[in-house]
Design a protein around this ligand. Sequence first.
Ligand SMILES: Cc1ncc(COP(=O)(O)O)c(C=O)c1O
Length: 480
Amino acid sequence: MTVLGIGGREGAEPSALLDLAAKALADHGLALTDVECLATIDARASHPGIQLLAVVAEAGIRDFTADELATQPVDHPSSTVARHIGTPSVAEAAVRACGATPLASPVKADGWVVVVAQLLASQPARPDLSAHQTWRLGGYELGHHGDVEVTRGMLDFAVNVHSEEPPEFLAEALREAIGDLARYPDPRAATAVVAAAHGVAPESVLLTHGAAEAFTLVAQQPWRSPAIVHPQFTEPEAALRAAGHEPARLILNQASGFRLAGLDPGDADLVVIGNPTNPTSRLHPRSEIESLAAPGRLVFVDEAFLDAVEPVDVPVDSLARRAAADEGYLVARSLTKTYSIAGLRIGYLIGHPDLLARLAARRNPWPVGTLAAVAARTCLSPVGLAHADEVRAELPRKLADMATTLSAHGFTVVDDPRGPFVLARHPDARLIRARLREQGVAVRRADTFPGLDDQWLRFAARDSTDVAALTSALRRTGLV
Ligand SMILES: Cc1ncc(COP(=O)(O)O)c(C=O)c1O
């Protein structure tokens, strides 16, 4: 088992750690993907560089206090380090604290120090990583998201946000609203615009702090037997678990093309499903989702990506209008993807007013700020809806381009993708992702989604220039 000891300055560049680690490992014929444990001091465990390396290497993090490190016998003590942080060594002491033996002296660059070490199977003190992997809920890293796979300057196929910046009409509306920030937010105008666009009453709309808040509000209800249709976005399950529930996983498989195909939720009183589903990109026909309904059950549909598929005001597969009047359904929508405002945090729920009142009962005061409300109002105004029309119009070509490229390079692509991303399988996916990363290209690992393994990758739909760059990078991996 390979253990990497790490020490570093607080301001050290995250990507420099990746470079140094890769170089140090290569001297021993090892790669980042061979590392199983990162060992460091507690004050650095949440450093973005160490977090990034943990994601890329898919390694656990083990951290120690300065006192624990100070008791380790080391070959390369430093009196300066001792003076500043109370232990004469971090990287070397941390691997020794794991019971591992350094393979070489510490190497340094750009404010980082790493030590490559090996823990022999016969050595008894195998580190207990479980305590440091609390995010690994139910066997999957439910808290993992594509954004941590992308550092500045990378070509990004990992995050499903449409563009690098919000459209100008939206940026302008936000700039204009800055003068209103002295007042407390009032979501009524925005709620009315959202409701009108969907053709529902304002009482059936609840603006939220991103679609993500909707998952938390739903999770806080006293469910008896919640269930989640997987593979899908992991935050609904994470929110349910954080609220003390043990949701059942209803796993769709590749053989059925990740279709619902008569899925039976048993006695579930809550069923959560994404439409179109992230990461499979499967669009479930509305009638199939309706077949999940049952007396006493809430069917909660995450339609975060549906504005990229069908117009808000001409719904085909959306259950928003039905949810506005029927307590058996609830719909979450996001504005962060199509409008490129993931940092602003705005989404909404559409549901029966009684249900929305129960969900909103324990919220913070003013959970949606003025700028977020202005964004909602603007996105669902005629100019905003026209922007979504444009995004939608270009999507089929982008999806076809991506699917053709991946198929031509030996990937098995989930057919008929409809969300703004493609899910694909390749026996060497894990290695391909690592080699793409080395070339500055980020793709989303998909083994953090229950029901998928490390042969799956998700690729955001992008324009042809980006796909051409991906094609060259794929060829350079030497694996496709
Ligand atoms: C399917 C799905 N639903 C919801 C969200 C969260 O959306 P928001 O940014 O509005 O919280 C995401 C984000 O990646 C997602 O993929």
